[in-house]
Design a protein around this ligand. Sequence first.
Ligand code: NAP
Length: 236
Amino acid sequence: MKQSSQKIAIVTGANRGIGLETCRQLSQQGIRTILTSRDETKGQAAVGNLREEGGEVLYHQLDVTDLGGISRLRSFVDENFDQLDILVNNAGVFLDRGTSVFDLPLEILQETMEVNFIGALKMCQAFVPLMRKNRFGRIVNVSSGMGSITSMGGHSAAYKLSKATLNALTSIMADELKEDNILVNTMAPGWVRTDMGGPSAPRSLAQGADTIIWLATLPDDGPTGGFFEDRQMVPW
Ligand code: NAP
């Protein structure tokens, strides 16, 4: 119906930080980008700024823990585009920084998993059917080096487990989608100057978003089921 050769992207948790920078760069490449945020006022302000820079950015409210909200976003996409080419699961929380696993409140573990892992799963369950119908999709899960089991030390268990399971989910989904031209990858942005990363982080927003943009715009013969940092495969 309303399908177009112009690509459509959704980015979660995009009112600030790496998600906002991802929207900036995708929209500057001519991709029609739906910036989503759980707080509508903040999200609309972010969209206004990106439009002033010339990007084609739309807004939709979304808390990734809210199934009703995900379903409303799916209806919005169906009615306006009937296609979704790129999904960037970026929304994340880091609530147990430095906490010992033996002191970890289970509600913090649950909340972290709900946002960082189950939120991404729900988004994929909602949007992969549309990607499958159009036989095109690029899914980028924004993980962390702290999700790498190979180098996993102690503390911050909720955050680390949420990212390790997000990585595992990536592998499972990539395999199930390998005949559908839907490439699913996970990535670590490195330590980036955002509210989460803090002002001492060595990386800029542009450096943090670079691998996301690369994975979001892969050609059909690009990699799938990989864990990347700086466009290179890194150990699980
Ligand atoms: P940030 O500045 O703290 O931004 C996090 C974003 O996620 C915010 O927009 C926040 O919205 C949103 N969010 C949180 N819970 C949400 C929910 N339930 N539904 C929708 N959105 C939600 O962090 P960032 O550094 O840009 O992080 C982006 C991603 O990169 C995260 O997945 C993070 O784990 C990952 N990462 C970051 C670093 C780093 O050094 N910065 C390193 C490795 C991985 P509100 O404004 O409403 O809170």
